[in-house]
Design a binder for this molecule. Structure first.
Ligand code: CUA
Length: 343
């Protein structure tokens, strides 16, 4: 009886101390929340921590109490008292965990149902992941972006897919995430409710630059978001519009990750002063960089490899996301980077 009271005391006091610690500091260990869905996730996570803290103290309390209270006396060589079963205890340690797990599964199902429920005015953003780039399409406006712009307090329906391998869409401040899978479209609903800048990360190992597969996320007021859309829909003069479209397409498809436009050498040749010049290929031949060559390099990147650029091979997936008009726009953009020759 003395020991029963003793161990219960240790467990109750230990649990209350642990809970006091969680109550004062748990939320500060997490990144701030920036979406409605995040509150559900944090509530569930917090409740689990309280239960886990109790379990930890329960097990450690029994162990430590026993280690001190039932320590073998000097010279005692006998065996411990033999104990056979305890029906009450066995019923309790079956029913209580079963009830706890059932409670959490019902609660989890409810939350999942709430989080994934569509709202009437949801806004669609298509996300195309590839090695190692995020592209965001806004079908309502016919625009694309390399950074994710979102209106605040409006449910966003993300339609996620990938071109090459598995990636995963994750903004830690939004808490929830979803895989982007080649050949499939996965959906994810998020309602950002805090203005600000965040970072999207890839949360699925996807190759060499997985850790750097980031994109900036901007949550704007509806008015600022509309302004951003208007700016992108942009210039009216046809030639400028084509070049600008080419620049945007190159940006959103990740071209600039490997091809600079300032002359610096990255994994691929720079585009600065490329158009109209002779290019030395790996097989020794020389080709003039005009529309046909650029088009072939986009669609069949392994066909005409530039001398000195065999380390990293360019993805052969661009033919699946770029139309003929898109390629013409990118060619116009590259042509705008040509060096002037006085003749
Ligand atoms: Cu994409 Cu990791």
């Amino acid at each position: 009886m003395k020991h029963t009271i003793g161990v219960i005391l240790v467990i109750v006091v230990g649990t209350l101390l642990a809970w006091a610690g969680l109550g004062s500091g748990f939320d500060s260990l997490l990144l701030p929340r920036a979406a409605e869905e995040a509150a559900y996730v944090d509530r569930l996570l917090g409740m689990h921590f309280y239960v886990i803290a109790f379990l930890f103290i329960l097990i450690m309390g029994f162990m430590l109490y026993s280690a001190f209270a039932f320590k073998r006396k000097a010279g005692d060589k006998g065996d411990g008292e033999f104990v056979h079963g305890n029906t009450t205890l066995e019923i309790v340690w079956t029913i209580v965990p079963l009830g706890t797990v059932l409670y959490f599964s019902v609660l989890g199902a409810q939350y999942l149902n709430d989080i994934t429920a569509p709202e009437p005015n949801e806004f669609v953003v298509q996300v195309i992941a590839s090695q190692w780039n995020w592209r965001f399409d806004y079908p309502e406006y016919g625009i694309s972006s390399a950074e994710l712009y979102l209106p605040v307090d409006r449910q966003i329906l993300f339609e996620l897919t990938a071109l090459d391998t598995l990636h995963s869409f994750w903004v830690p401040e939004f808490r929830i995430k979803q895989d982007a899978v080649p050949g499939a479209v996965n959906t994810l609903r998020i309602t950002p409710n805090v203005l600000g800048d965040f970072t999207l990360r890839c949360a699925e190992i996807c190759g060499k630059d997985h850790a750097y597969m980031l994109a900036e996320v901007h949550v704007l007021s509806q008015a600022n978001f509309d302004q951003w859309v208007a700016d992108l829909l942009g210039p009216s003069d046809e030639e400028t519009a084509l070049v600008e479209r080419g620049r945007t397409l190159a940006e959103v498809n990740g071209c600039f990750k490997c091809h600079s436009i300032d002359g610096s050498v990255l994994d691929g040749p720079t585009w600065l002063g490329l158009y109209g010049e002779g290019v030395q290929l790996e097989d020794g031949s020389v080709v003039v960089a005009e529309d046909d060559y650029i088009r072939n390099s986009i669609l069949n990147p392994q066909d005409q490899i530039v001398a000195g650029f065999t380390d990293v091979s360019m993805p052969a997936t661009f033919g699946r996301v770029l139309t003929d008009e898109d390629i013409a726009a990118i060619e116009a953009f590259i042509e705008s980077l040509a060096v002037e020759h006085d003749e």
